[in-house]
Design a protein around this ligand. Structure first.
Ligand SMILES: Cc1cc2nc3c(=O)[nH]c(=O)nc-3n(C[C@H](O)[C@H](O)[C@H](O)COP(=O)(O)OP(=O)(O)OC[C@H]3O[C@@H](n4cnc5c(N)ncnc54)[C@H](O)[C@@H]3O)c2cc1C
Length: 245
């Protein structure tokens, strides 16, 4: 993809406490191909009046099957130099988008018969794109999305994911909340553990790959845990974003 493309903010959605979803459309129709792979990221660029251009990478949370808009889901950090600018964006504002970039996507749809997607907090945006894509394309990939959040309110795209899983038998959800949950909570509680994974997943099934995304410590910890469960390195694909997400 050539240089940065001007986009307009079409819609801003409060996705969860402190997390905003931006729907972006190219200013010039056709100037962005939407030909990315689910899991890739773009560089979002914002320039305030009289200010230098700033950029940060964000995973695309929409699916490449959605040609209407590009969706990014961003945690607004207190004191964040870039996310404070994201927080000030209004619908109709102009930004620039460079990319797509990155190799965090399923590399071989034919070889990967089963995917275990493990994410925490806001570190799940590439997985939303993947789940949407697998569902839209009706790919025969057994997908288990293991997603840990502080509270149910922090689970991004919860209703949409539940609807997808209700309709698509190849897609299963394992939500777990670590700080609070209602008395009628039907999912897991506490941190992701080997026992929790074994309960829901046929660990080590042929063609099974594990993808991890989240803050660095979480990603490292999950990879260690999987290795401790006997999963070979070649089946673990990980991306981390630094400490804050
Ligand atoms: C491939 C990739 C994909 C990503 N995808 C996403 C995504 O989908 N969603 C998402 O939300 N993020 C994502 N990120 C992270 C994102 O790129 C930014 O790093 C994040 O939004 C923080 O940007 P910021 O400039 O606001 O924070 P920064 O200003 O860089 O600050 C980060 C943290 O450090 C603290 N801090 C800043 N300056 C100081 C200082 N001088 N002393 C002490 N503390 C300080 C801030 O308070 C904040 O908590 C992704 C990163 C990568 C690499």
């Amino acid at each position: 993809m050539a240089g940065p493309v001007p986009f307009k903010v079409r819609r801003i959605i409060q996705a969860a406490p402190g997390i905003k979803t931006l729907q972006l459309v190219p200013v010039v129709p056709g100037s962005f191909s939407f030909d990315f792979k689910p899991g890739q990221f773009v560089n979002l660029m914002i320039q305030g009046p009289g200010e230098p251009l700033m950029a940060r990478p964000y995973s695309i949370s929409s699916s490449p099957t959605n040609k209407e808009y590009l969706e990014l889901t961003i945690k607004i950090l207190e004191g964040g130099r870039f996310t404070s600018k994201v927080d000030q964006l209004k619908e109709g504002d102009e930004v620039k988008v460079g990319g797509p970039f990155g190799r965090f996507f399923f590399l071989d749809e034919a070889k990967m018969k089963s995917l275990v997607l493990i994410g925490g907090g806001c570190g799940t945006t590439p997985f939303i794109s993947m789940v949407r894509y697998i569902n839209d394309r009706k790919l025969p990939i057994k997908t288990t999305y293991v997603y840990s959040c502080r509270t149910p309110a922090h689970i991004l795209f919860r209703e949409e994911l539940v609807q997808i899983a209700n309709r698509n038998k190849d897609i299963r959800l394992v939500f777990t909340t670590t700080r609070e949950w209602p008395s009628d909570w039907k999912f897991e509680t506490g941190r992701i553990s080997p026992e929790m994974l074994r309960k829901h997943i046929d660990i080590g099934a042929p063609g099974q790959y594990y993808m991890i995304c989240g803050p660095t410590e979480m990603a490292k910890g999950m990879a260690q845990m999987l290795k401790g469960m006997g999963i070979a390195d070649e089946f673990i694909i990980s991306e981390s974003w630094g400490g804050g997400a």
